[in-house]
Design a protein around this ligand. Structure first.
Ligand SMILES: *Cc1c(COP(=O)(O)O)cnc(C)c1O
Length: 390
């Protein structure tokens, strides 16, 4: 059975779809059509490969972390080194794919939402590369917390638009970006940063990120002559995880574990574990698992890792969870910080706090993983997180 999801209208089982104002349906239809043509176009594929290789720095290594494996008493832990990419994380894979699509559609302006600023930086980067105007929506609160990324975006030529509504964080930035798109849809391309949003974004972003899993699969077959027992990745919106998981979907023996943020602990209510502790609902244009209160208001998410701090998750993960293709677990801020220090100390690699959640899970579950061969997605590097973590 091949994994052909989503269906024609963007459903992954019960999840996904399109819940947007009427004015956006035409734009989404157009985007979908353009994307499905680009996907089949050899020239588009070749150009995407070219920029991934020559600009972003692919392929990334699959590194056997011997010291970490020994320290945790696990057979073999391989790290997929997305942290080595240009701009320091996997996000550039997606923004390169989407900017090529925007250029193909003749758009002159990119907009994006950002929380910690990483997707904003990755979007501003490709806008600079292709000479497009770029406006990034960012919550006022996040602008204060992430001053360095704001500087980066401005240096790259982007305008950072402060969002003062709601909680002044990522979810409000995404709402404002969608509003901008409704108004300026003619000349503007909306670059969504993860596998969320209305169809075709979840599918498209997953396909731009599947290079992670395609490479990892070929690499481990070459190095080890076999497939791994487990894939482990952190889940914010879920793009690095699905990028790794998707090419292994049909390999039934390969178990998949997505690691969400338990923040200050599930019982504190300050967490971002929408898959495990959320409910089914609609957020930002698609149906998935979300964090909401009993009145249906979106709750504030929390994580020490800004990239995981989102009260929703991509619909395809909700589907993977429903059919039990993947298992989802949650790791607290405190556990993640231990993972952060551990990898730095034993391997000389400082991971992003997001990725540290995946590492912390290995530590927590080490006893049941003794004999396992595992691929962990090291989604980004941790230089950005030093102020959170000493
Ligand atoms: C943004 C980010 C994430 C979370 O996003 P996903 O879409 O869940 O991958 C994880 N790690 C890093 C380093 C990030 O920058």
């Amino acid at each position: 059975m091949k994994n052909k999801r989503p269906d024609k209208v963007g459903h992954f089982g019960l999840f996904g779809g399109r819940f947007v104002p009427e004015t956006l349906i035409y734009a989404l239809d157009k985007l979908e059509k353009e994307y499905s043509q680009a996907k089949k176009d050899k020239k588009f594929r070749k150009e995407f490969d070219y920029y991934l290789r020559e600009y972003a720095g692919r392929p990334t290594p699959l590194y056997l972390a011997k010291n970490l494996s020994r320290a945790l008493g696990i057979n073999k832990i391989y790290l997929k080194r997305e942290d080595l990419l240009h701009t320091g994380a996997h996000k550039i894979n997606n923004t390169l794919g989407q900017v090529l699509l925007a250029v193909r559609m003749g758009k002159k302006r990119l907009i994006a939402e950002t929380g910690a600023g990483q997707h904003g930086v990755a979007t501003a980067t490709v806008a600079a590369l292709f000479g497009l105007q770029c406006d990034v929506y960012m919550g006022e609160e996040d602008i204060h917390r992430q001053a360095l990324n704001v500087k980066r975006m401005k240096l790259l030529g982007a305008r950072v638009i402060s969002v003062k509504s709601g909680t002044q964080t990522l979810k409000d930035a995404m709402t404002e970006a969608l509003r901008d798109w409704v108004t300026n849809v003619r000349n503007t391309y909306y670059v969504i940063g993860t596998v969320a949003g209305p169809h075709p974004y979840p599918e498209m972003v997953r396909n731009f990120q599947r290079i992670i899993g395609d490479e990892a699969r070929a690499q481990i077959l070459k190095i080890d002559g076999r497939l791994p027992d487990y894939l482990v990745a952190c889940v914010g919106g879920g793009s690095n995880a699905l990028g790794l998981f998707h090419p292994f979907f049909d390999d039934q023996k390969v178990k998949m574990i997505g690691v969400e943020a338990a923040g200050l602990g599930i019982s504190s209510g300050k967490h971002s574990a929408s898959l495990e502790y959320g409910s089914t609902g609609v957020l930002h244009g698609s149906k998935s698992k979300i964090l909401e209160d009993k009145f249906g208001q979106i709750k504030n998410a929390h994580s020490v890792a800004a990239g995981l701090d989102y009260p929703g998750v991509g619909p395809e993960h909700a589907y993977y969870q429903q059919i039990k293709r993947a298992q989802y677990v949650a790791i607290t801020d405190k556990e993640a910080l231990e993972g952060f220090r551990l990898l730095s100390k034993v391997e000389g690699i400082i991971p992003a706090l997001e990725s540290a959640h995946a590492l912390a899970y290995l530590k927590k579950a080490a006893r049941s993983l003794k004999k396992a061969t595992i691929i962990v997605c090291l989604s980004g590097r941790g230089d950005k997180d030093l102020h959170e973590s000493y």
